[in-house]
Ligand binder design. Sequence first.
Ligand SMILES: Nc1nc2c(ncn2[C@@H]2O[C@H](COP(=O)(O)OP(=O)(O)OP(=O)(O)O)[C@@H](O)[C@H]2O)c(=O)[nH]1
Ligand SMILES: [Mg+2]
Length: 382
Amino acid sequence: MARTLQEIETMRGTDREVRLVGPVELTVVLPTFNERDNVEPLIERLEEVLAGIAWEAIFVDDDSRDGTAEHVRGIGRRKPNIRCLQRLGRRGLSTACIEGILASSAPFLAVMDADLQHDETLLPRMLAALKSEELDIVIGSRYAAGGGLGDWDRSRARISKFATRLSRLVVKVDLSDPMSGFFVIRRPAFEAAVRDLSGQGFKILIDLFASAPRPLAFKELPYQFRQRQHGESKLDTLVAWEYLQLLLDKLVGHIVPVRFALFAMIGGLGLVVHLAVLGLVLNLAGVGFTVAQSVATMTAMTSNFLLNNWFTYRDRRLHGWRLLGGLLSFYVVCSIGAVGNVGIAAYVFYADQSWWLAGVAGAIVGSVWNYATSAVFTWRAR
Ligand SMILES: Nc1nc2c(ncn2[C@@H]2O[C@H](COP(=O)(O)OP(=O)(O)OP(=O)(O)O)[C@@H](O)[C@H]2O)c(=O)[nH]1
Ligand SMILES: [Mg+2]
């Protein structure tokens, strides 16, 4: 393969210094969260398989506690084609991939896990296919003939199959492995979709297919998913939750923002909590109504805050002292919301005499206020 990149190599002490001159053809975007021990072996493997290609790696690190970002920067000081994009106060695999791609100028963009589970030897073939055929994207597939899940247990394989089937709700083409996080895409195809991406959760490939303005021309190449060698999996039950949010966003997000729908659902649940606590305290504690109502209100506000912090704002989840500060600001926001709710309801009631219309109007104004102001004051994006 023709060498499109000139490498200027000098020996400095025992360190081989490589300086790259010329345009980068392929950027490999590698999202990381606590993957320090995988970084070096991964770079070595990429250097081996991508020899002769003008490539760079962008590690997008969400402020890992194990020093992944600093480690990558240390390597980057010797190897300028290794870069780190460190994000503070945020988590999210899809947004990490999106921002990594946006930080690159290359015409071909690979997305790959940084834990050595994806087979990097596929990369040159993926790139070659994109360059020689009329394709937008080439995907590494565990389900195409010749691919495999490695040593996954049966229940994980079954969940993955089920999630794959669910993806048909939003991805209309016949992908064998829409849950794959391993692909190479052409820049124009990415740019055409980028403003409509949901960025929700782990499944960037589904997001891309569901957001592309025209069907993407794709090809799948099989590979065997490897076992993780170092570090821990970041998969938890909330990944499934985020996946549902992504599907919901793609299905109804143009009508109502998914975050607001979740916020409102949790608000509805808060009403149930409120009534349950009110009933319990009134009947069991033998206190007056005002005290019981106050306890119920505080409990419902606190549980709403915690549920929103856990589910609605998982990507901006507050911890430690910030959790406490967030809770206090949420109390203030909701108290003002309650005043607005009662004011609007009273206004509608005296104008219209319809108690349920007044109640609904008050509840809508209150919840929109709570949602909008808590987004700014409680869970503001940093
Ligand atoms: N930047 C960033 N990277 C993440 C985040 N969550 C996971 N990653 C990275 O994304 C890649 C895939 O995550 P994994 O936890 O390995 O998920 P998986 O491969 O589906 O699951 P396992 O098979 O259990 O490893 C890894 O390189 C992680 O370090 C995140 O919130 N932010
Ligand atoms: Mg993994």
